[in-house]
Design a protein around this ligand. Structure first.
Ligand code: HEC
Length: 150
């Protein structure tokens, strides 16, 4: 077979493989655009978003969790880690269920994810974490965050 024809054939196959991916990405973008965002926190204003806002942006900005994606399992691990290391207070089971439900359904893994997200406990040290911790400690000093439970 002629070399040029081979290359054209290869490109056509690649194009056909890529097309559904691109269409899917465009769909995701459209969906995201339809969801109204809270101008203050940037959170998707749907379901129990206010419960999440009330409990999760006292110590750090919503950006700390809005840039994360996770399944229900991952979000549960993140919240447990928050309680162990971040000073997050215990949550009523009903409330915790609603918070996790909101996070998992609005900030879940997108279709583009091929593997399950890495559990928070296995994540490498986050270079921005000390910044968050600093923010939290400053707020604690200023009395903006309720004191840690004994
Ligand atoms: C009492 C304070 C406090 C509250 C309330 C709190 N956090 Fe945090 N959060 C922290 C601290 C402190 C860190 C930084 C942890 C570190 O540096 O090890 C953090 C970090 C995070 C991170 C990691 C961000 C990153 O990019 O690494 C996520 C995600 C997160 N919090 C989600 C939440 C969610 C979801 C809630 C609500 C259920 C919440 N947090 C409520 C104190 C808090």
């Amino acid at each position: 077979m002629n070399k040029r024809i081979k290359i054209i054939g290869l490109l056509a196959v690649l194009g056909a493989l890529l097309l559904p991916v691109l269409v899917n990405a465009a769909d995701d973008k459209k969906k995201a655009e339809e969801m109204p965002l809270d101008p203050v926190t940037g959170m998707k204003m749907t379901g129990d978003w206010e419960l999440v806002r009330n409990n999760c942006i006292i110590c750090h900005s919503a950006q700390q969790f809005l840039r994360q994606k996770g399944t229900l399992v991952t979000w549960t691990e993140i919240v447990q880690w928050m309680q162990k290391d971040g000073g997050l207070w215990p949550l009523q089971p009903e409330l915790e269920k609603k918070i996790l439900g909101y996070l998992a359904s609005n900030y879940g893994p997108s279709d583009a994810y091929r593997r399950a997200p890495i559990p928070a406990t296995f994540m490498p040290t986050n270079p921005y974490e000390s910044k968050i911790r600093k923010e939290v400690e400053e707020k604690r000093k200023a009395g903006l965050i309720p004191a840690k439970k004994p």
